[in-house]
Design a protein around this ligand. Structure first.
Ligand code: SAM
Ligand code: GLN
Length: 274
C-alpha cells in the first residue's frame, strides 16, 4: 500500500485538469469523513499524507467523473442518509420535491396506503414512511439488486416497508385494491441523451432509459389503465417531455402539471375522473 503527499496528488490530477487545492480538500474530507478544518489547520496542506485507496478515489472522482456518492456509498435525501451503490440511481434533489408534494396529497386526501414503483435505493418509499409512519407503504422494483439496497436502507433507517420484486404493478396486483396512491420516478431519459452524458454513465441503465423518446415507461403503464383509473398517481418526468407524458397519462385520468422548487414543470399528478 503506497501513500502520497496531497501536493503530489494535486499535481498528478492537475496534469489533466485545472483545479484548486480546496476542491481536492473538499472531496478528501468527504472520503475520509473528516471535517474540512482538520486539513486547513495543518501548517502546509501539501504535506498531508493520502493513503493509496483514498488517492485512487480522488483521481477517479476528478479524472473519470465518477460520482462521489458511489465512492462514499452515501447519498442524503430529505435529511436521511441512504446507502447507495452502482445498482441504484443516486437520488436527486428534484425528487425531494416529488415526495414533499406527495406528503401533502396523502394528508389532504387522508390516504392510508401508497405504492412506490421503481423504488431504487428506496429513497421515496422510505422518506414517506419516515414522515408519515401511519401510512402503509409498498415499494417495487424490477431489479433484485436495487431491491436489496432498498431493504438495507429500510432497516438502516428503521422503517417497515412492503417490498416486492417485479415489473410495473405485477408484484402488487393482489393488494392493488388497498393502494390509493401510486408514486413513481420512473426511467424517463431519452436513450440518445444517456449515451452522450458522462455523469449518467455509471448509473444503472434500467433506472434511466426511457427509450427513444423517454416515454416507454408511461406508454407501458397504460396496460394497467383499468386498475389505475381509481387511483391518485404522481410521477416525475423532465420539463422537456412533460407535454408528451401528460398526453399519455391523460388516457388514465385528469392530469395536472406541477413545478419543482426550481420552477421547472416536471411532475404530473393524475386524478381519477369523479
Ligand atoms: N425511486 C428511486 C429514486 O427516485 O431515486 C429510483 C428511481 S430510478 C429513476 C427508476 C427505478 O425504476 C430503477 O430502480 C429501476 O430499476 C426501476 N424500474 C425500471 N423499469 C421498471 C419496471 N418496468 N418496473 C418496476 N421498476 C422498474
Ligand atoms: N433525474 C435523472 C436525471 O436527470 C433521471 C432519473 C430518471 O430517469 N427518472 O439524470
Amino acid at each position: 500500500m503506497w501513500k502520497m503527499k496531497l501536493g503530489e496528488l494535486i499535481i498528478k490530477i492537475k496534469g489533466d485538469k485545472n483545479l484548486s487545492p480546496f476542491s481536492v480538500l473538499k472531496i478528501l474530507s468527504k472520503l475520509e469523513d473528516r471535517d474540512l478544518t482538520f486539513y486547513l489547520s495543518k501548517k502546509d496542506i501539501n504535506n498531508i499524507i493520502v493513503e493509496e485507496d483514498v488517492a485512487k478515489k480522488v483521481k477517479k472522482y476528478f479524472l473519470e467523473d465518477y460520482p462521489l456518492e458511489y465512492l462514499t456509498n452515501k447519498a442524503v435525501f430529505l435529511g436521511n442518509e441512504f446507502y447507495v451503490n452502482e445498482d441504484v440511481l443516486i437520488p436527486r434533489i428534484e425528487t425531494e420535491d416529488l415526495v414533499l408534494l406527495t406528503l401533502n396529497l396523502i394528508n389532504e386526501y387522508n390516504i392510508k396506503t401508497v405504492a412506490d414503483i421503481g423504488t431504487g435505493s428506496g429513497a421515496i418509499a422510505i422518506s414517506i414512511k419516515k414522515s408519515l409512519p401511519e401510512v402503509n407503504v409498498w415499494a417495487t422494483d424490477i431489479s433484485s439488486q436495487a431491491l436489496k439496497v432498498a431493504k438495507l436502507n429500510a432497516s438502516k433507517l428503521d422503517v417497515s416497508i412492503e417490498f416486492a420484486l417485479g415489473s410495473y404493478l405485477d408484484s402488487i396486483l393482489d393488494n392493488i385494491d388497498k393502494i390509493e396512491l401510486i408514486i413513481s420516478n420512473p426511467p424517463y431519459v431519452e436513450t440518445n441523451f444517456i449515451e452522450k452524458t458522462s455523469f449518467l454513465k455509471y448509473e444503472p441503465r434500467i433506472a434511466l432509459d426511457g427509450g427513444q423518446d423517454g416515454q416507454n415507461f408511461f406508454r407501458e403503464l397504460l396496460r394497467y389503465s383499468d386498475i389505475l383509473k381509481d387511483k391518485v398517481m404522481i410521477f416525475e418526468t423532465t420539463e422537456f417531455n412533460i407535454e408528451k407524458t401528460a398526453f399519455i397519462l391523460s388516457k388514465i385520468g385528469k392530469t395536472y402539471k406541477l413545478p419543482d422548487s426550481f420552477g421547472k414543470e416536471r411532475f404530473i399528478l393524475v386524478f381519477p375522473p369523479h
